[in-house]
Design a binder for this molecule. Structure first.
Ligand SMILES: O=c1nc[nH]c2c1ncn2[C@H]1C[C@H](O)[C@@H](COP(=O)(O)OP(=O)(O)OP(=O)(O)O)O1
Ligand SMILES: [Mg+2]
Length: 469
């Protein structure tokens, strides 16, 4: 079970036809929708531009903590789905494969027509998807450039719109028994299209088919929202006019919604530099940030940058020193982590001296041995060996106030080294009240509950807004 919303992206309002289906088929799911109305139509744009814009929408949705993303846009699916899906840690679904599969099931004559935007048709994605499953089917495809602007205008319930549709579809009449509406705008013109094609021709609404696949994925990954929970907090964002978007969206969805205009251009910055030379931290940050759609760099990628001396007397002072120094030197947004283990019996030590606990040539093993030695005379009663990890994160950016967040992770010190995962004091840190050390749980589980995982969660609630221009 996962109560987070599902993210939908589209170049404009067309993807709302998929959301409309979602509301019908899966009414308890919640939606975050972004429509890049300001830069629509995507269809005639070059592939690199479509990819860059789609990344911005994806990063925006990731900042809203979505559990799955649906590319409710054929153009973005054709151009960007494969690449982006490989880099995200959550399920991502497009509209092309579900549409192609449905068309194969529906056709009797083996003649399928495809209409879409220029980029979708040129990418040949539908034909490839159809032929991958059914190589003998005949496919004809065509761009219908006037359809998207017609639908976005909201003014298509009339004879002149019908005439436009008729002219565009001449090629298909009498030649196919199934027509894929390969653009999420087109279902809005379905009445006109059906009338032109004749009643026996089956129209495939890729968006509707996609929602069926979303339902399957939610079940498969156990991501369904709690049963019976009615959606209450659907969020709709556009890069263009909120008023225009709201007017069209409410008409299609048949309910009132709130729409907010946002600037998503700053979300193209996907790289974050973590000011650390600790490989264990890099691994954890990489895992956690990848799920959020960011790429991670560390000081290992910048061998010429200095090791910042940790001369502060608190975690925050040291974290500020690391992030702010490296940010000044690089001009980039930089995140640092100052963390350590605080043992009650030792009055909170080693604390900020955790890394240097066993001296100037300290290593993880020497530090662990020293800690065991310090506690050697203490029997293992949970209370007496209580401890917590602390993490302070600082995000720094030239000419901006830094962000500071912190979190603790409670546990106690084991009386022997246990487990092989993790780094630092993990093999000596028994998690919560359990007998498992932080080196005996998976990295995923550690990231969900650790001091660093909790602090990062707090940071990401404020970071995307702060990082914007
Ligand atoms: O999840 C953890 N699991 C085990 N040990 C941990 C953890 N988190 C911090 N620690 C220990 C390691 C190190 O002894 C000290 C951090 O010292 P701290 O200065 O923040 O890091 P560091 O010098 O290793 O790397 P850097 O300053 O380049 O980020 O606390
Ligand atoms: Mg350090």
């Amino acid at each position: 079970m996962d109560n987070r919303p599902i993210g939908f992206l589209d170049s404009g309002v067309g993807g709302l036809t998929v959301v409309r289906q979602l509301f019908r088929q899966l009414p308890s799911e919640e939606v975050v929708y972004i429509g890049d109305t300001k830069r629509m139509p995507y269809g005639p744009r070059p592939a690199e531009e479509i990819l860059a814009y789609t990344w911005e929408m994806v990063n925006f949705l990731m900042s809203k903590n979505v559990k799955m993303i649906c590319f409710a846009c054929n153009t973005a699916t054709a151009i960007a789905l494969d690449e982006i899906r490989n880099e995200l840690g959550i399920p991502v679904i497009g509209v092309i494969l579900p549409g192609a599969s449905a068309a194969i099931q529906k056709t009797k004559t083996g003649h399928i027509g495809i209409i879409g935007t220029q980029a979708t048709v040129n990418s040949d994605s539908y034909r490839k998807a159809v032929h991958f499953k059914s190589p003998d089917v005949e496919v004809i495809s065509q761009t219908c450039s006037p359809f998207v602007p017609l639908v976005e205008s909201g003014d298509f319930d009339n004879q002149s719109a019908y005439e436009i549709v008729k002219k565009e579809l001449e090629l298909f009449v009498g030649k196919v028994d199934t027509l894929i509406l390969g653009c999420t705008h087109y279902p809005l013109l379905a009445q006109h299209i059906q009338k032109v094609m004749g009643p026996e021709v089956k129209l495939v609404d890729s968006g509707a088919e996609t929602v069926r696949d979303i339902s399957v994925l939610l079940n498969y990954f156990k991501l369904n929202r709690k049963a019976g929970l009615m959606s209450s907090n659907n969020q709709f964002y556009t890069t263009g006019s909120a008023l225009h978007f709201k007017e069209i969206a409410e008409k299609w969805l048949g309910k009132e919604i709130d729409v907010e205009t946002v600037n998503i251009e700053s979300y193209s910055e996907k790289k974050i530099l973590i000011a650390t030379r600790n490989q264990g931290k890099v691994n954890e940050f990489r895992d956690m940030f990848t799920t959020l759609g960011y790429e991670i760099e560390s000081l290992f990628d910048y061998p010429d940058l200095p090791d910042v001396e940790e001369t502060g007397s608190t975690f925050e002072e040291n974290a500020r020193l690391k992030a702010e120094t490296i940010s000044k030197l690089t001009g980039e947004i930089v995140i640092s982590d100052d963390s350590g283990l605080c043992v009650d019996l030792l009055g909170g030590l080693p604390g900020i001296w955790s890394h240097r606990f066993s001296g100037t040539d300290a290593t993880d093993i020497k530090n662990n041995v020293k800690l065991l030695h310090e506690l050697a005379s203490t029997e293992l009663t949970p209370k007496r060996r209580a401890a917590h990890f602390h993490c302070t994160l600082v995000a720094a950016r030239p000419n901006h106030e830094s962000l500071v967040v912190e979190a603790d992770w409670q546990g106690r010190i084991a009386n022997r080294i246990q487990g092989e995962n993790g780094f630092g004091y993990d093999p000596l840190f028994l998690v919560g009240d359990s007998d498992k050390s932080a080196a005996e749980i998976s990295q995923d589980e550690k990231n969900r509950i650790s001091h660093r995982g909790q602090a990062l969660k707090k940071l990401m609630q404020v970071f995307p807004d702060w990082a914007k221009d």
